[in-house]
Design a protein around this ligand. Structure first.
Ligand SMILES: CC(C)(COP(=O)(O)OP(=O)(O)OC[C@H]1O[C@@H](n2cnc3c(N)ncnc32)[C@H](O)[C@@H]1OP(=O)(O)O)[C@@H](O)C(=O)NCCC(=O)NCCS
Length: 152
């Protein structure tokens, strides 16, 4: 993976609650962070607040991090499908610049108001906020969006 091609946005400070029993960064915390970061990226690229993680390919935990380390997460769109977006991810240590984790393929799917795959209509990455969703998602399971007003 070419680090230069990836945009690093979110940074994290490794805190005691993020550690495993060996005293190093817990992989589960890392995956939760990267999944959230990828979700935000997918929403901004596909212009829809209703997206889901479909697939994560092999996850390579290259090196560890310790309490107090600063880490940064990077993503790069690699393929715009009809209803999906595929991206690559890398997490690295900000101080040493060494790679902590790489994921070759994360696939997100754009959903309609019924929770079914829906075409997103995009073929290229945006670096602006021009696809930012304009509405809140209704709470609860999928329903028409924006939510229909309850019957009087
Ligand atoms: C996402 C979901 C609606 C897709 O359903 P599906 O029946 O696979 O839908 P489709 O076959 O129409 O595929 C939808 C897209 O995903 C892609 N896809 C499906 N399976 C895939 C796989 N194993 N690997 C890569 N891409 C895949 C398809 O190629 C298609 O993309 P495209 O339209 O850009 O070509 C369904 O699998 C689901 O609800 N999964 C659970 C998601 C979830 O809860 N995630 C965790 C929490 S966010």
């Amino acid at each position: 993976m070419e680090p230069g091609n990836i945009n690093f946005h979110t940074r994290k400070w490794v805190r005691p609650e993020d550690l495993n029993a060996n005293g190093t960064l817990f992989g589960g915390s890392l995956l939760r962070w990267i999944d959230e970061e990828a979700t935000i990226y997918a929403i901004l690229q596909m212009g829809n607040g209703r997206v889901v993680t479909k697939l994560m390919s092999e996850i390579n935990f290259v090196s560890s991090a310790q309490q107090g380390d600063l880490i940064e997460m990077g993503l790069r769109a690699t393929k715009f499908g009809t209803t999906s977006l595929t991206m690559q991810a890398e997490v690295r240590n900000m101080i040493t610049r060494s790679s902590i984790l790489t994921i070759e393929r994360i696939v997100f799917v754009n959903l309609d108001e019924h929770g079914r795959p829906a075409p997103h209509g995009y073929t290229e990455v945006t670096y602006d906020r021009d696809r930012l969703p304009k509405h809140h998602l209704p709470a609860g399971p999928p329903q028409p969006w924006p939510a229909a007003a309850p019957a009087a």
